[in-house]
Structure formats: structure tokens, C-alpha cells
Design a protein around this ligand. Structure first.
Ligand code: 6PG
Length: 227
């Protein structure tokens, strides 16, 4: 097992969502910058988080990655955040969306500029079945980025729309990097990300908090192939 990651295994997806919701709430109460993940898995965690804590006014909310679609498109990660935490909060966070009306390179450049000086209290990440996290896809040039905090990226999986993604230098500033993965179809990638040596073919294995903690919150099915 990779010793730089604390692995938390809970019985099912609902318990995993609750664990992550509690971590988000703790970060929201401390106040500061949080990077939210997209995809489908975190929706329940966001719903529970805003039920547990209505006051998100001390939070600056960012997207670890975004699909280059209009903000009201059902594939937009910002839409997930707006439908859950923003809609449910008595006092919403300040949201920092990626400007997807721009070309991806321009949008990434603006996101990079906005991120200068930001240190994340918490970065939440998902895991794709190909090993990607945020929109850092296997063997992609974005994995080599050492200066820019956000870059444009080509999708490696559905939805096949261009992306803007935070880079490893941006994500790894977090006090707490939290991966959330549930379900048997994530078991293989969970093993590659957390129990095998870091590899460009599994980008999630390359993202670790450099001066904080990295946690993987998994249900039993997702953890099934861990040693
Ligand atoms: C995205 C993501 C991505 C996601 C994983 C897992 O915008 O596509 O942020 O990294 O977290 O693909 O997605 P699911 O939760 O839908 O399995």
C-alpha cells in the first residue's frame, strides 16, 4: 500500500458520500479555498454537505476541472456545484467558474492567473476508469506542466469535449487532497492509483498533497483490489 495516502474504506457509496461531506463541511467552517470535482460520484456528497452546513460564505469554490460547454449544460461541472451547494446554502460560497465562452487555452490562462497565490484548504478529486483525475488523462502533456496552474486538455474519455484542468502544481498545494471513488468498476484504477508505483499511465497516482495529507475515501467495492 502506498504509505503517502491514508485509505478510508466504508461499507457503501452513501457512507463514502457522508465521509466526504463531513470533510467538506470541516473545510467550509475553517474557511478558505476548496476545489470541487466534477463527474457523477460527488453529487451525493455535495447534497449531504449543504444539509449539514448551510453557511458556505467563507469559502472560495473552484473547479478542479471543467468541460468546455456552457455553464448550464448538464455536462458542466459548475452546474453540479450550483445545483447542490450553491442552491442549498443559506449563504453560498464565492464561485470561481472557468469561462467556457472563451477558447480553452484562453480560459485556462485566465484560470491560471486567478489561481496565483491560492492555497487550497481541500481539493476533492474523482477517479476515471482509465486512471485520470481532474482532466489529467494518461500520458497527456498536462502531466508535465510545472508552471501553469491550469491548462487546456483533450478528453480521454466521455464526455468528449475539450477541458480546462488544474495541473499537478495547483492541486498539490492543498492541505488535504481527498479522492472519492465508489463501485466495483473503480476497483482496478483504485489499485493502480494507491497501491502501485506512481505512473504517467495512472495520473491519479501522481497527485499528492506536498505538505498536507492525501486521503482516498472508498467503498468496499472500490477497495476490493487493494492489498
Ligand atoms: C470530470 C472530472 C473527472 C471525474 C472522473 C470520475 O470533469 O470529468 O472531474 O475527473 O472526477 O471522471 O467521474 P465519475 O464520478 O462520473 O465516475
Amino acid at each position: 500500500m502506498t504509505s503517502d495516502v491514508e485509505v478510508v474504506v466504508v461499507p457503501d457509496a452513501e457512507a463514502a458520500a457522508r465521509d466526504v461531506a463531513e470533510r467538506l463541511v470541516a473545510a467550509a467552517r475553517r474557511g478558505g479555498h476548496i476545489a470541487f470535482s466534477g463527474g457523477s460520484t460527488p453529487r451525493r456528497a455535495y447534497q449531504l454537505a449543504v444539509e449539514l452546513e448551510p453557511d458556505w460564505s467563507r469559502v472560495d469554490a473552484w473547479l478542479g476541472d471543467e468541460r468546455c460547454v456552457p455553464p448550464d449544460d448538464e455536462r458542466a461541472n459548475v452546474r453540479l456545484l450550483r445545483e447542490t451547494i450553491v442552491a442549498g446554502a443559506g449563504a453560498p460560497p464565492v464561485v470561481h467558474p472557468v469561462d467556457t465562452a472563451l477558447l480553452p487555452d484562453e480560459a485556462a490562462g485566465l484560470y491560471h492567473a486567478a489561481l496565483i497565490g491560492v492555497g487550497f484548504e481541500l481539493v476533492l478529486l474523482g477517479l476515471g476508469s482509465d486512471g485520470h483525475t481532474a482532466s489529467l488523462f494518461p500520458d497527456a502533456p498536462a502531466l508535465d506542466e510545472r508552471e501553469a496552474l491550469a491548462v487546456a486538455a483533450e478528453p480521454g474519455l466521455e464526455p468528449f469535449v475539450e477541458r480546462v484542468t488544474m495541473t499537478i502544481p495547483a492541486l498539490s498545494t492543498a492541505q488535504e487532497v481527498v479522492f472519492l471513488a465508489v463501485g466495483a468498476d473503480k476497483a482496478d484504477v483504485v489499485r493502480r492509483a494507491f497501491a502501485e508505483p506512481p505512473s504517467r499511465s495512472t495520473p491519479a497516482s501522481l497527485v499528492r498533497a506536498v505538505s498536507g495529507t492525501t486521503v482516498a475515501v472508498l467503498d468496499r467495492a472500490a477497495a476490493a483490489q487493494l492489498p
